[in-house]
Design a protein around this ligand. Structure first.
Ligand SMILES: [Zn+2]
Length: 197
């Protein structure tokens, strides 16, 4: 069977998931957004819309799981372009109940692939200590309450530069709670990187 471009479905002759034209279009969307959370940097590679939104959505299903290969390569490219060299890679985990339902955790997929490409170790720095309700329907205050104590850290007092990846950033409250947990665990050097926000 001929391979097809993920976006335009034209026959694909080159390596990767997209044809040359579509690839050009994706790259035009790229710009990093940098903010801070609990004193840690938080970066995002794309805007959450259009092709990127569609691809992230696809990645949440077993049949689309391979899309993480594209995004992990993008994360590595982004890190290299910005001269960032993490010494370990981790991710924002989903609760085990949710993972059981889905069968996999796409943030963990990204973590494993990014660490492999960088040649550094990967670790589950954070564990979801409790299942949280869907956050989008909650107010900012309810969200904070819902997320309180949502994570526990698996290591303490580690000086390495850790990269913590996730797929999307919506309100930022999940990453904020994760940051608090890592602060408390005395992990001083953390960079959060998401695909899109
Ligand atoms: Zn195409």
């Amino acid at each position: 069977m001929n391979r097809q471009c993920e976006i335009c479905e034209e026959e694909l002759f080159e390596d990767g998931l997209f044809c040359h034209e579509c690839n050009e279009e994706i790259h035009r969307l790229v710009y990093p957004v940098v903010t801070q959370t609990e004193g840690y940097f938080l970066m995002s590679i794309y805007h959450y819309d259009g092709i990127i939104r569609e691809l992230i959505h696809r990645m949440k299903f077993q049949e689309g799981r391979y899309v993480s290969r594209f995004f992990s390569a993008e994360m590595v490219r982004f890190l290299r372009e910005n001269d960032i060299s993490p010494q370990g890679v981790s991710y924002i985990p989903m609760h085990k109940k949710k993972k059981r339902k889905r069968g996999f955790d796409q943030a963990k997929d990204l973590c494993v692939e990014v660490s492999g490409q960088l040649g550094v170790s990967s670790a589950s720095l954070l564990t979801r200590a409790k299942a949280t309700r869907a956050l989008y329907s909650l107010s900012a205050k309810e969200r904070m309450h819902e997320l309180e104590g949502a994570f526990t850290a698996s290591i303490r007092e580690d000086e390495k530069l850790w990269l913590v990846v996730d797929d999307i950033l919506t309100t930022g409250s999940t990453i904020r709670e994760a940051s608090k947990t890592l602060r408390k665990a005395k992990i001083p050097n953390v960079l959060f990187l998401v695909i899109a926000r």
